[in-house]
Design a protein around this ligand. Sequence first.
Ligand SMILES: Cc1cc2nc3c(=O)[nH]c(=O)nc-3n(C[C@H](O)[C@H](O)[C@H](O)COP(=O)(O)OP(=O)(O)OC[C@H]3O[C@@H](n4cnc5c(N)ncnc54)[C@H](O)[C@@H]3O)c2cc1C
Length: 407
Amino acid sequence: MDFQDTPELADFRQQVRTWLDANATRRTDNGHIGMEGEQANHEAKDWYKKKAEAGFACLTWPKEYGGAGLTSLHEVVWTQEVENFKTRDAQFIIGIGNCGPAILHFANEEAKRELLPRMASAEDVWCQLFSEPNAGSDVAGLRTRAELDGDNWKINGQKIWTSGAQYSDYGVVLTRTDPTISKYRGLTLFMIDMRQSGVEVRPIKQMDGGQHFNEVFFHDAIVPDSFRLGEIGGGWNGALTILMSERLAISGIQPTGFPQFLDLVTTLELNGKPIAEDPIVRDRLAAWYSQWAGLQSTNKRMLTAVAKGGIAGAEASLGKLVGAVMNQEIANFVCQILGPAGVIQDDTISPAHAHFQQTVLFSPGVRLAGGTDEVMRNIIAEQVLGLPQEPRADKGMAFQDIPTSSG
Ligand SMILES: Cc1cc2nc3c(=O)[nH]c(=O)nc-3n(C[C@H](O)[C@H](O)[C@H](O)COP(=O)(O)OP(=O)(O)OC[C@H]3O[C@@H](n4cnc5c(N)ncnc54)[C@H](O)[C@@H]3O)c2cc1C
C-alpha cells in the first residue's frame, strides 16, 4: 500500500503532533518508563483524562461511548506519533484494549453508555479475569462457577495472574455456567464490580520487585444479569474477541529492545574501543536488525489489511512471538557484555536507565502473557501455514467428564 498520509490523515497527524508537543514530554532517549505502582496509576489517570478531554481517547470507539468515532488508521497515526513522547498510553491497555471491544460488542446499551466513557477516560480501571491455576493456555478448561440466583449471578472460584486487579474498579470475568456440556459451550462472560465484599485480591510479588498481577478469589460475588456479556453459554465468543484484541494490542506495543540496543552499541566502548567493532556484537546486531526489519514489514502488512477495511489476523501472533523472544535475548546479551555493571539495576547510573536489567527480569513474563510462545506457534501453524489442528482428547466430552489430575 501507499504509506503516504491522505490529506485528512496528514491533517490529523498535525493536530496530534501539536497537541502532544503542548501536553507531553518528548523522549530524549529509549529509556524504560516504569509501569507500576500507585504513582504510575495516578499519572496514567491524569494522562487519560487529558486525552479524553482533548478528544484523543479510544479513537475508534463511537462518540456516544467516550470515543472519537475515527478509523483504525487514525489510531495508527496516534500510535506512531505518541511513540516519540514519554506518556502512559499503555498503562490501562488491558481494560481499554481488551475488555473495551468485548463490552462494545456484547454489553447492553445502558451498560455501554454508563461504563465505556468512564473506561475511556480511566475514571474506572478494568482488569481481565480469565486465567486460573489450572487453566491458562487451555483457558476454556476454567472452573470458576457462576450460578443464577434470581436476577443475579453468584460467582465462586479463583483466578490468577490478573494484571492490575488491585487497582481495578471493574473486571471482565469468564465463568463456567454449565459443566454438563462441552467445555467451550458451557462458558458465560460477565462484567463484575471488583470493589464488592465477595471479591478478594491478593497481589503476587514478582522477581523484578514489582507487583503487577494478582490472585483473585470470588466468594459468592454478585453480578446482576444486566452485566452479562452476550448469551448464557456464549462466553467463548466473547473470550475470543478479547483474546484477539489482546494479541493486537500487545503486538502494537510489543517492545523488541532493538532501538535501545542500537543506541547502546553506537555509544558504548569495550577495552578502549567502540563496542560496535567487536565481531560478536556485529554478528548479533546484524541478526537482530534483520528480525526487527522483518517485524516492521509484517506490521506494514497488518496496516495494509486494516487500511483496506479488514482486520489484522495471525500476523499479530507473529509480531508477539518474534518481538518477545528478541526483547529477552537482547536484554540477556547486553547484561553479559556490560560485565559487572550488567547486574546493577539503578536507573540513575545504568545505561539506558537500567532498561536492559529491568527487561531481563520481566521479559520471561511477556513471552507468557497473551499466549505463550508455543500457543503462538500453534496459531501460526494452523491459521497461517494451514497445518492440521492439534489433536484434542476432550473433543465432544461434557466438561464434567474430562479427567483431571485429582481423578
Ligand atoms: C505478565 C503477565 C500478565 C498476565 N495478565 C493476565 C491477565 O490480566 N488476565 C489473565 O486472565 N491472565 C493473565 N496472564 C496469564 C496468561 O494468560 C497465562 O500465563 C498464559 O495464558 C499461560 O498460561 P499458564 O501460565 O497457565 O501456563 P500453561 O498453560 O500451564 O503452560 C505451561 C507450559 O505448557 C505449554 N503449553 C500449554 N499448552 C500447550 C499446547 N497446546 N501446545 C504446546 N505447548 C503448550 C506452554 O507454552 C507453557 O510453556 C498473565 C501472564 C503474565 C505472565
